[in-house]
Unconditional design. Structure first.
Length: 252
């Protein structure tokens, strides 16, 4: 594992890499199999060189320094030449960092507010679902969020379909059933989203903004925050208790 980032690293130069952010609880990585599966699928889809995933797992375990913390694992395509073409790339680079675990308990208990983002995510099916290192859209979303009074932003893609929030997936409740965006055009297929889909019968849908009028509960989720209810969207009140009841069923 490199101790520095080379100026020739393709992740540094072009965002040519993938990453995952993992929660450590009681000294163990939560949902590690799902994190690993997503990394492996993404590396294969992007045509990376061979990665020793067993060695990566050992490095991740060695990076744990506290019972509760965050571990970030980034896989770069490797070092390469000046141009975009990846033919000269060397072996993939592995970068691991640790940081304190944020406290999401208040948000989980009281819920958060959402506004609708003006920025729309670019449609690119070849990258849809991947947690790749090109995150400038999310940087711009965080800048937009800072100019609002909301806790987060619901984001559409450029075809007008509900996709996600700035750094988490979204689930919507209507007519007694939960739904989540399909993510075939844009967005990140999160590990917690995948875990929830494995635990419950949830429809993957393509909904526009007008569908929100008939939604009575929403939650956002990622591997760090778990499930966080949305108490209001664009000023309209939603049910927090519906989310909390569902959370007990799938995260028990």
């Amino acid at each position: 594992m490199p101790t520095f980032i080379s100026a020739r690293d393709r992740s540094f130069n072009y965002g040519d890499g993938i990453f995952t952010t993992m929660q450590v609880r009681n000294g163990s990585i939560q949902l590690w199999p799902l994190h690993l599966q997503r990394l492996q699928r993404s590396a294969e889809q992007l045509g990376f060189g061979t990665v020793d995933w067993h060695r990566v797992q050992q490095q991740v375990q060695a990076a744990i320094t506290a019972p509760e913390q965050v571990i970030k694992l980034l896989v770069s395509r490797g070092e390469g030449g000046r141009g975009y073409a990846p033919a000269e790339a060397g072996a993939p680079g592995i970068y691991i960092s640790a940081s304190p675990m944020p406290d999401y308990r208040l948000a989980q208990q009281q819920g958060i507010s959402l506004a609708i983002a003006t920025l729309q995510l670019a449609v690119q099916p070849l990258l849809a679902g991947l947690k790749h290192n090109n995150r400038l859209e999310q940087v711009l979303l965080k800048q937009e969020l800072a100019s609002t009074d909301a806790d987060d932003l619901l984001v559409l893609d450029q075809q007008g379909f509900i996709t996600e929030v700035s750094a988490a997936n979204v689930f919507l409740h209507r007519d007694g059933n939960w739904h989540t965006p399909e993510l075939q055009r844009a967005g990140v297929a999160g590990v917690m989203r995948q875990h929830i889909l494995q635990q419950a019968n949830i429809a993957q849908v393509n909904w526009g903004i007008t569908e929100l009028a008939s939604v009575d509960a929403i939650f956002i989720c990622n591997a760090l925050m778990g499930i966080v209810p949305v108490r209001s969207i664009a000023g309209r009140t939603l049910s927090v208790s519906t989310v909390q009841q569902f959370s007990k069923q799938v995260l028990c």
